[in-house]
Design a protein around this ligand. Structure first.
Ligand SMILES: [Zn+2]
Ligand SMILES: [Zn+2]
Length: 107
């Protein structure tokens, strides 16, 4: 039997464009590249997950160096984006046009 589970794997032109935790490409929607205090980058989605695990904690422990960045659940979106990556994404995906207001869903 042949396993034909072929993933559409993109060539890693620049692995800077993907989150090192979930290995998904950053995007301008729910997976923005966020910069922690230690200057490591994690996508917003993973940050939310990390916050989820640390019940009520206002600190995100960096998955890479364990440096703690103070943040509230509400403010994950408020952490600085990596504008460098954001602009790269913008040039690669012109389809993410306009500045549509993003609605932050709070549980
Ligand atoms: Zn991620
Ligand atoms: Zn770190």
């Amino acid at each position: 039997m042949s396993c034909t589970h072929a993933e559409p794997e993109e060539k890693p032109a620049s692995d800077e464009l993907e989150c090192k935790i979930c290995y998904q490409r950053y995007n301008a929607h729910n997976r923005k590249p966020k910069i922690l205090d230690c200057l490591h980058r994690v996508c917003a989605r993973c940050l939310n997950k990390i916050l989820d695990i640390g019940d009520g904690s206002q600190f995100i422990s960096c998955p890479f160096c364990r440096h703690e960045t103070e943040v509230t659940e509400y403010e994950v979106a408020g952490l600085p984006d990596d504008s460098n990556i954001m602009s790269k994404l913008a040039t690669r995906d012109k389809s993410w046009s306009s500045d549509s207001k993003e609605v932050v869903l709070t549980p």
